[in-house]
Design a binder for this molecule. Sequence first.
Ligand code: PLP
Length: 454
Amino acid sequence: MTDMPLLSNLDAIDAAHHLHPFSDMKKLNAAGTRIIERAEGVHIFDNTGKRYLDAFAGLWCVNVGYGRTEIADATHQQMQELPYYNTFFGTTTPPATLLAQKIASHTGDTLNRVFFTNSGSEANDTWFRMARVYWKALGKPNKTQVIARKNAYHGSTIAGASLGGMRWMHEQGNLPIPGISHINQPYWYAEGGDLTPAEFGLKVARELDEKIEELGQDNVAAFVAEPIQGAGGVIVPPDTYWPEIARICRERNILLVCDEVICGFGRLGTWFGHQHYGVEPDLAPIAKGLSSGYLPIGGVLVSDRVADVMVEELGDFYHGFTYSGHPVCAAAALKNLRIIEEEGLVERVRDDIGPYFAEAWKSLEDHEVVGEAVSVGLMGGLQMAVDKATRRRYAKPDDVGTLVRNHCLENGLIMRATGDRMLASPAFTITHSQLDEMVETLRKGLDHLRDAVG
Ligand code: PLP
């Protein structure tokens, strides 16, 4: 590491000065923080030299794997040529414009424009404002309400956390802000009751129609959802869900927003998650896999329907970030997307490593404590349950997930737990044998759960 003194007391410095996101700081300071020093391929290394298989690609983002010197070189070169210039007031830079073109080459027919942000949260704030501006420009200023879903995650800004459906986030700050309501999620395992998955998918999709009716169609701007809920637990919706949602949005004339922050750029074996489900959004926030996390960059894909109104009718859109389309971040993203193209990584997820993962992951369903193990592409969710037949869940879901996650960690595997679901989202470059190792280590964690609590 350059310019960084070797510190034996980083733990103490961290406790004294660093507040971490999504962390109980009292517990963290008592336990000591994990210090990650370097990474290579799908592995990360802590300051004791311990190696972990990162089955989570950082935070669902390092899709091309760690240690890509090509991305480092591209950013180094861009730093020297032009470290910064903005895209406000009639200006652009080559990487920003070329990145927008590159993204649009993978979005299909209608999503031809990109508005750049620094993160997925800002991308959600951005489309939220765009949707309102769009309807106002069309002479429908009352179309301002947005419908989202319970247990969704759309980020941590005020709008992002409000659009998200995490109760515990709402409780910490008088959220959601006015103008946002939440309908049920398509989480059949937990909430499907006696319905088949297909019936349940239709039922929860039709809640959108009911909510539009309740609010009044002329007051609703948009509906937002992740193609597959990520942070909520990798909730794979029944097949009936998305076509019905798309039909309702179309017939009710409200904008469909697919949050592609996790699913975008190949995770489901298609360039974007909505392509997997065969639906076409009007707006789509992106981030994470855009640069594989090498530098922070996000954006909103904007359909011709919305862009044409913004371009032709609106005049100035009073919105933007100092670093919208930052040239160095854009250069990193451009190189990342070229790597994905040149190495055929989306096709690899679709045809090779995705199907291999699906089979290995599914094999865990034979374990006593596993209710279901579902996946699409390289995104997997594993539900732990007390009784498979009745889908009865553990009384303390968070404890169950933490137990298994910590066991995996001790055994050199980074996994994430959301309540009683284990989540996996490895890099697209992971090998078959690394996937075998991941599933084997997780199985030991599940054995540990069985032995500890039955
Ligand atoms: N949307 C989704 C679906 C996400 O999963 C996330 C982050 O995990 C976000 C938005 C927020 O992105 P960021 O953390 O870059 O602000």
